[in-house]
Design a binder for this molecule. Structure first.
Ligand code: SF4
Length: 331
């Protein structure tokens, strides 16, 4: 199968039906042993210092990992991707644009998917067959998520990792399913986390801190039991069609759709406090104004850039936040 880089979640069922192997460039960037090096490659090529690290990382991955075809999401993700696409084309890569409809409207999504399928030389019917093949894997991802928040047997990082990896199923969905099944079988035998551990939600784009953020909160008596965007990436809700799957997916649309989903999960998962991660220079950070207004729980906003670990300043802020939650009268 021919590899195709993706800049965020796209309808991978259509790509797979067309004979492509989707590869999430974000996941390659963040799991690279030296992600700073990939950012430096972009900066040496002229990407400004005040451009988001993920965009620069994606560019670095394209240059370093010999990616020659990329699907760039031009509506429903990030305006920086539009210019990234131009630069990739200028560098000789094939860049295929994909635009989510403005609204989560099923018939608009259906037309968008049909157009994409035709462009890639497949049909929506073939893509629907792939959706059905992927269904058991998405059900397993949902099972892992409930082992995190309901059974309290899966760590916040495991939950993050398996859900975020569902954007491309690590390049092989059969292998992903086998490995995830093994993790679930093992997790079921574990002793649950202590009842008194605080329960945190993580909202916003995945952070540059990786495992360290989750470990640090757990070492301080608080566990992330809800990873908002990562859960969205895994598309675990049962659906009857691809058009439905990509309209109940909240990430590309208005923040209101995200808030409805977040509020439902905060209540269901009995969350005590929220970590809102924002990436430096990302327009999505402005949405924090709305989150602080409408979400009725304490929120800690963390802004990360291109330092891939928790520095002392951030550690202190997290410790203080957890301390405040522990002192709340109803805790
Ligand atoms: S973090 Fe924000 S600015 Fe960066 S790629 Fe994602 S949406 Fe774009």
């Amino acid at each position: 199968m021919k590899k195709i880089g993706i800049t965020t979640n796209v309808p991978i069922e259509v790509l797979l039906a067309a004979g492509f192997q989707p590869v999430d460039l974000n996941n390659i960037f963040i799991s690279d042993p030296d992600p700073e090096r990939l950012i430096k490659i972009a900066e040496k090529s002229g990407f400004p210092i005040n451009c988001c690290g993920w965009i620069k990382g994606i560019y670095g991955v394209c240059m370093e990992y010999n990616i020659d075809t990329v699907m760039c999401v031009t509506n429903g993700d990030c305006s920086n991707t539009v210019m990234l696409m131009e630069v990739l084309r200028h560098k000789g890569l094939k860049a295929i644009p994909f635009a989510y409809p403005e609204q989560p409207d099923k018939s608009a999504m259906q037309k968008t998917l049909q157009k994409l399928a035709a462009e890639l030389g497949t049909t929506l019917e073939e893509a629907e067959d792939v959706r059905k093949q992927l269904e058991p894997t998405r059900v397993l991802a949902d099972r892992l998520d409930s082992l995190a928040w309901q059974d309290n047997k899966v760590s916040g990082f495991e939950n993050h990792l398996w859900l975020v990896s569902a954007s491309d199923f690590n390049g092989n969905y059969n292998e992903y399913r086998k490995q995830l099944q093994a993790v679930i079988d093992n997790a079921k035998k574990r002793r649950p986390y202590a009842e008194e551990t605080l329960r945190l939600a993580y909202i916003g784009v995945p952070s540059v801190y990786g495992k360290e953020l989750y470990r640090f909160t757990e070492n301080n008596g608080a566990r992330i039991v809800y990873n908002e965007i990562q859960r969205q990436f895994a598309m675990t809700q049962p659906v009857n069609s691809l058009a439905e799957q990509y309209t109940v997916y909240t990430y590309p649309y208005s923040i209101k759709n995200r808030i409805d989903d977040i509020q439902r999960e905060l209540e269901k998962r009995k969350i005590d406090g929220i970590i809102h991660y924002v990436q430096a220079f990302c327009y999505r950070g402005i949405g924090g104004i709305i989150f602080k207004d409408v979400l009725k729980l304490p929120i800690l906003t963390l802004e990360g850039n291109d330092i891939f670990c928790l520095d002392q300043h951030i550690r202190t802020r997290i410790e203080a936040f957890i301390d405040i939650l522990k002192r709340k009268p109803d805790m």
